[in-house]
Ligand binder design. Structure first.
Ligand code: SAM
Ligand code: DTB
Ligand code: SF4
Length: 363
């Protein structure tokens, strides 16, 4: 079946704004053609390096400048990560997604340690995903060689609205990193956040940027903003379940083969609301009582919801074969000690500056 790669903003808006029942029916129809509607992939997030990030992402509790109430941590040890991965596996997850509060990856001991974490989890027969910020082609190759299954790097919004939220990096950096991942056999996970004050046109703009990638990302997380005290977006009103369902359904229609992940924001959703999202084409979730730093529903409650809805967790490597892990000493790709010049637009975002100022006066 051919996949359409030339979606326009107008076409996507037309889908997003359909009468609700039509949208739900169309999305569920596409979903059933391309996926088993009773299977949902379950990932567990693991924050391997928390807080202290130099970036100014307006939504993020881990940006050092906003002085939120999170507990920061240095990079976890390989053994700690292995223990957490085993717990995640025992609770029914097929994938571990390791997140680091980094702007970009730097070659050196810490990256070598992350590569060892990737090898270790892959050997537990689990899919391994990393989200470490911007990466070069060589860094992507090294992750691939260690056995990485997926790399998460979100576009987060439309190119226009991105400038209203982040000033320390540009949209093109994100696209270039996704391009670097695409040069390897690692799958691409890229999506975004709704509820940051963007217009529906921006949501459509983000879906244009994602759906015109060829190939389209293998997975697309849709996050509802978790407003965290201290961040510039702390006062944003929560998105309604109707908006979430519309976003999921539209994503499903424009990216039929992608796994659409119902990501941050599930603690605010009822089971009925989540069921609508699954019907509209969501077929993955983050499980575990914590996302990276904010709460997520209890695992037992999620499993109870799965039973209620007759959903089954997807097995590891059902969509794509398990990659091999090459040991460090046999690696073809070396630490190049690169110093890539990722951009730093540095334009003024009033809200970010105010939150930064408030944070400063609190310490
Ligand atoms: N530092 C890396 C980066 O920015 O790519 C990886 C970690 S970062 C926390 C990963 C993603 O988490 C962001 O791209 C964003 O989509 C999501 N995120 C962060 N804070 C959030 C919040 N408060 N609500 C919803 N999603 C959030
Ligand atoms: C994604 O799109 N959402 C996840 C994962 N990819 C890394 C992260 C959500 C983070 C929510 C805020 C927090 O817990 O810090
Ligand atoms: Fe840092 Fe990533 Fe948070 Fe931005 S989203 S502040 S880059 S951890």
């Amino acid at each position: 079946m051919t996949i359409k790669h030339n979606w326009t903003r107008e076409e996507i808006l037309e889908i997003y704004n359909k009468p609700f029942m039509e949208l739900l029916y169309d999305a569920a129809t596409v979903h059933r053609i391309h996926h088993d509607p009773n299977t949902v992939q379950v990932s567990t997030l693991l924050s391997i390096k928390t807080g202290g990030c130099p970036e100014d992402c307006g939504y993020c509790p881990q940006a050092a400048r906003y002085h939120t109430n999170i507990e920061g941590n240095d990079l976890m040890s390989v053994n700690q990560v292995k223990a957490q991965a085993l717990r995640a596996k025992a609770s029914g997850s097929s994938r571990v997604c390791m997140g680091a509060a980094w702007r970009n990856v730097k070659d050196g001991q810490e990256f070598d340690q992350v590569l060892e974490m990737v090898r270790t989890i892959n050997k537990l027969e689990m899919e391994v995903c990393c989200t470490l910020g911007m990466i070069t082609e060589n860094q992507a190759q090294r992750l691939a060689e260690a056995g990485l299954y997926a790399y998460n790097h979100n576009l987060d919004s439309s190119e226009e609205y991105y400038k209203e939220v982040i000033s320390t990096r540009g949209y093109q950096d994100r696209l270039d990193t996704i391009g670097n991942v695409r040069k390897t056999n690692v799958t691409v996970c890229s999506g975004g956040i709704i509820g940051m004050g963007e217009k529906i046109e921006d949501r459509a703009g983000m879906l244009v940027a994602l759906s015109t990638l060829d190939p389209q990302p293998e997975s697309v997380p849709i996050n509802a903003l978790v407003p965290v005290e201290g961040t510039p977006l702390e006062e944003q009103q929560p998105v309604s379940i109707w908006e979430m369902v519309r976003m999921v359904a539209t994503t499903r229609i424009v990216m039929p083969e992608t796994q659409v992940r119902l990501s941050a924001g599930r603690t605010q959703m009822s089971r009925e609301g989540q069921a609508m999202c699954f019907f509209a084409g969501a077929n993955s979730i983050f499980a575990g009582d914590k996302l990276l730093t904010t709460p997520n529903p209890d695992v037992n409650e999620d499993m109870e919801m799965f039973r209620e809805l007759g959903l089954n967790p997807q097995k590891a490597f059902e969509k794509k074969a398990q990659p091999e892990s090459v040991e460090a000493q046999d690696s073809k790709f070396q630490n190049l000690g690169e110093k890539p010049k990722w951009s730093r637009p540095g334009h003024t975002i009033q809200k970010n500056l105010e939150a930064q100022e408030k944070g400063r006066s609190r310490t």
